[in-house]
Ligand binder design. Structure first.
Ligand code: PMP
Ligand code: GLN
Length: 379
C-alpha cells in the first residue's frame, strides 16, 4: 500500500500518554485535566438523554448552542456574529480545523504556519494537496518576524494558520500582531485560520485578543474554539468555527460529509451551561492562574528554568542544567526515571529546534501538581 501520509507516525500525545501509563508516571504530557467538568453540565447531559434528545442534531449545530456561542462571542469580544449563518458546531476543534483546511486549500496552494505548530495542521494541508510553508519561532518570546512572513507569501498563498494562546509555547499574540498580519495580507486573496481553543485561558492583564476583533481580519477569518478546554471535558469533543457566512458555507460543505452533525445531548447541555453559568468561563483565567503559579513555585526549587506562561494550561521548562539529552530522549527519560511525563518541543517544528525545552501540563489537581513538583525537584 502506498501511503498518502508516509512520514506520519502516532502522535506524540498518544505516545507519551502510553509511556506514562506503562511507567505509572504522573502524566503532564498530553493536555487534559485530571479532574471533572462542572456537575451542572453533567446533570444537563443526563437530563437531555432522559428527555429523548437522542437523534441527529441539525447539520450546523443545535440552534440553542449556536445562539449561546454567538452570545458568548458578543460578551467576550463585543462583536456580533450570526448564530444561523456564521457559527458551526464541530467534533472538537480538530474537526473544525480539518474542515476549514479542506474547504479552502486547493492542490498546489501554499499555507503558511508558524512552528512550533499544533500537530493536526500539517496532515490536513497535505491531504488537501497543499504545501505548508513553515516559519520558525524561537524561545523565549516566540515572536513572528514580520518581514520574514511577508517574504514567505507568494501568489500561491491561500491560507495562514495562527494560534493564540499558543500551544506549545504558552505565548499570546497582541493587537499589533493582528495589525501586522492584516497589513501583510490586505491586498492579497489570503484567508486566516485562527486556532483559539485556549481563548479563555489567558493570564495577562490585556487577556486574549481574538482574530475576530480585528474588523478587517474578521472578514477573512475562520476562528476555531473547543469546549473541551473551556469546560474541562476534552473527551466530549465538541468545538465550533465562527466565520463570515460565505466562508461558513464552504466549511459546512465539508462538515456535512465529514461528520454531518454532532452529539445532540452534549450540544444541548453545553447550551444550558453557557446560558446558566457564564461565570465558569469568566473565572477560568483565575482558576488556571492559581494552578500555574502553584506549579511554577514548586519548580522554583528545581534545576529547571521555567519560561513565562501567558496562556494555555502549559508551562515550558528548560532542562539544560540537568541533562545533555535531546528533548525527545529527555522526555522519555523523565517519564521512566523521574515518574513525570512531558512533551518534547521539537516535534512541533519541521526544521531543527535544538532547544532543551519540554512542555508540562498544569491542568491537574493541586495534589498532582505538588507531587510532580516534588519529583522534579529531586533531579
Ligand atoms: N488546537 C490546539 C492548539 C490544541 O491544543 C487542541 C487540543 N489539544 C486542539 C486544537 C484540538 O481540540 P479538540 O480536542 O477540541 O479537538
Ligand atoms: N491538544 C492536546 C495537547 O496539546 C492533545 C490532543 C490530542 O491528544 N490529540 O496536548
Amino acid at each position: 500500500l502506498e501511503s498518502k501520509l508516509p512520514d506520519l507516525g502516532t502522535t506524540i500525545f498518544t505516545q507519551m500518554s502510553a509511556l506514562a501509563a506503562e511507567h505509572q508516571a504522573i502524566n503532564l504530557s498530553q493536555g487534559f485535566p485530571d479532574f471533572d467538568g462542572p456537575a451542572y453540565l453533567k446533570d444537563r447531559l443526563n437530563y437531555h438523554v432522559a428527555q429523548g434528545a437522542n437523534q441527529y442534531a441539525p447539520m450546523t449545530g443545535v440552534p440553542a448552542l449556536r445562539q449561546a456561542i454567538a452570545a458568548k462571542t458578543q460578551q467576550q469580544y463585543g462583536i456580533s456574529v450570526c448564530a444561523d449563518n456564521e457559527v458551526t458546531v464541530t467534533a472538537g476543534a480538530t474537526e473544525a480545523l480539518y474542515a476549514a483546511i479542506t474547504a479552502l486549500v486547493r492542490a498546489g496552494d501554499e499555507v503558511v504556519c508558524f512552528d512550533p505548530s499544533y500537530d493536526s495542521y500539517a496532515p490536513a494541508v497535505s491531504l488537501a494537496g497543499g504545501k505548508l510553508v513553515r516559519l520558525q519561532l524561537n524561545p523565549p518570546a516566540f515572536k513572528v518576524d514580520w518581514s520574514a512572513f511577508r517574504a514567505a507569501l507568494s501568489p500561491r498563498t491561500r491560507l495562514v494558520i495562527i494560534n493564540s494562546p499558543h500551544n506549545p509555547s504558552a505565548t499570546l499574540w497582541q493587537a499589533d500582531d493582528y495589525n501586522q498580519l492584516w497589513q501583510a495580507i490586505a491586498d492579497r486573496n489570503i484567508f486566516v485560520l485562527s486556532d483559539e481553543v485556549y481563548e479563555h485561558i489567558c493570564f495577562t492583564a490585556e487577556g486574549h485578543v481574538g482574530a475576530l476583533e480585528h474588523p478587517n481580519l474578521r472578514e477573512r477569518t475562520i476562528a476555531v474554539s473547543s469546549f473541551g478546554k473551556t469546560f474541562h471535558m476534552t473527551g466530549w469533543k465538541v468545538g465550533y468555527a465562527i466565520a463570515p457566512a460565505a466562508l461558513s458555507a464552504e466549511l459546512r460543505k465539508v462538515h456535512q460529509y465529514l461528520t454531518f452533525s454532532i452529539n445532540t445531548p452534549a450540544q444541548l447541555a453545553l447550551a444550558d451551561m453557557l446560558n446558566a453559568h457564564p461565570e465558569h468561563w469568566q473565572q477560568l483565567p483565575a482558576f488556571y492562574r492559581a494552578k500555574r503559579d502553584r506549579f511554577a513555585k514548586a519548580l522554583a526549587g528545581s534545576r529547571f528554568t521555567v519560561l513565562p506562561s501567558q496562556g494555555t494550561y502549559f508551562l515550558l521548562v528548560d532542562y539544560s542544567a540537568i541533562s545533555e539529552l535531546d528533548d525527545v530522549a529527555f522526555a522519555r527519560w523523565l517519564t521512566e526515571h523521574a515518574g513525570v511525563a512531558a512533551i518534547p518541543l521539537s516535534v512541533f517544528s519541521a526544521g531543527p529546534f535544538p532547544h532543551k525545552l519540554v512542555r508540562l501540563c498544569f491542568a491537574k489537581q493541586d495534589a498532582t501538581l505538588d507531587e510532580a513538583g516534588a519529583r522534579l525537584c529531586r533531579l
